[in-house]
Design a protein around this ligand. Structure first.
Ligand code: SAH
Length: 356
């Protein structure tokens, strides 16, 4: 692939331009899916030298709390000998490694399955989790033995579809190139039938966003939990009640940038619709716990006590540990915008930290 002037990969920009030139505008969902596939295969985006930082990269305590939650579920379900830890979008593998180390203390030794689209990140994960198996999706994950699933900041990376109200009615939001840059516009074909009746008469410019890929995966997870038992934890930033407007955003070098500039060179995300995840649990007939704020959930699981213990054993790092704790739990940091929701299979216990 060609190197761009900024040292980045100019290949995708050229591909999009050719595609749009040959066949017309592409949907926002198509744009986001290709841009992110490209982005995650290009470089390690995490950490202070990268583009953004995620909770497991802030502190080992985050993965440890997830490991405790999963091990607790497994223990209270009678410690099934055959069971599978499944992570969607494991990034560097840090969360899985911290979670499995914490679970190990309780005798929780699941088979480890990683669902990862990026070959570059698969390599990074392999260093931390040499015994794991990699998959493109849930389909190849074994169908026997309960699944203990986690997805942190995964659903937000999946492509969203947007439809926009125009004077002529609802249209899909599509991406064109105006000779200088990519930009989103209303497409040509009517989309009125995709709009719920109560929103039909929204003012022109109103955008409705949905994430069919996230809904599809959540439903598939619900079906698997129903069939083989287990529980799933989704942690992401998002909203709890239906809303309108585009939430598509791009981050590069820790700054927000235009999502339609430099496709493939910045991380594209959209807020996760937690109300929809609840609906899917209902439709899939599995129990849904939450959503609750990440801060409340981590505090209920004992992250403050863990921080105090870590700080005591490493006095020179005490300040850093407390700063990390604050980033993860404070409502003005990640504590409130990030939310946790869980699904549990039939007969699986109430999960800790959901106030039930
Ligand atoms: N969970 C990690 C990484 C979050 S970034 C953390 O919290 O640090 C999103 C992750 O999802 C990356 O590993 C990315 O490669 C992966 N990903 C994004 N879209 C994907 C898809 N469609 N299929 C599989 N993996 C995907």
């Amino acid at each position: 692939m060609a190197e761009g002037e900024d040292g980045g990969d100019a290949g995708l920009e050229a591909v999009f331009k050719r595609l749009i030139g040959a066949t017309g505008p592409i949907s926002v969902a198509h744009y986001m899916a290709e841009a992110n596939a490209h982005y995650y295969d290009r470089a390690d985006p995490f950490g202070s030298a990268g583009d953004f930082i995620t909770a497991p990269e802030i502190s080992q305590m985050f993965g440890e709390m997830i490991g405790l939650w999963l091990a607790d579920q497994w223990q209270r379900a009678g410690k099934p000998q055959l069971c599978h830890f499944v992570e969607f979008g494991p990034g560097r593998g840090t969360l899985a490694s911290d979670a499995l180390r914490a679970g190990d203390k309780f005798g929780f030794h699941p088979q480890v399955h990683m669902i990862e689209g990026s070959s570059r990140l698969r390599q990074a994960q392999q260093l931390l989790l040499p015994g794991a198996t990699w998959h493109d999706g849930l389909d190849s994950v074994p169908r026997e033995g309960p699944l203990l699933i986690v997805a942190n900041e995964f659903l937000d990376a999946l492509p969203v579809r947007q439809i926009v109200r125009t004077e002529q009615g609802w249209r899909e939001r599509v991406v064109v190139h105006n000779g200088e840059r990519f930009l989103p516009v209303a497409g040509a074909r009517p989309m009125d039938s995709a709009v719920p009746a109560e929103l039909m008469d929204s003012p022109p410019g109103t955008i409705l966003e949905s994430c069919p890929a996230a809904s599809g995966m959540a439903y598939e997870i619900a079906m698997r939990l129903k069939a083989q038992g287990g529980a799933a934890l989704f942690i992401d930033y998002g909203y709890g009640a239906p809303q309108t407007g585009s939430t598509l955003q791009a981050v590069r070098a820790h700054e927000k940038v235009d999502p339609f500039a430099d496709p493939g060179l910045c991380d594209l995300t959209a807020l996760v619709d937690f109300a929809q995840l609840k609906q899917i649990a209902l439709a899939g007939d599995v129990e849904c716990l939450g959503p609750v704020g990440q801060g409340d959930w981590l505090m209920a699981l004992g992250i403050a006590q863990r921080a105090a213990a870590l700080a005591q054993s490493q006095p020179t790092k005490a300040q850093d540990i407390m700063t990390a704790l604050d980033r993860l739990v404070s409502p003005d940091q990640m504590g409130a915008l990030f939310k946790v929701i869980a699904y549990r299979g039939p007969g699986w216990p109430e999960g800790a930290g959901f106030g039930g």
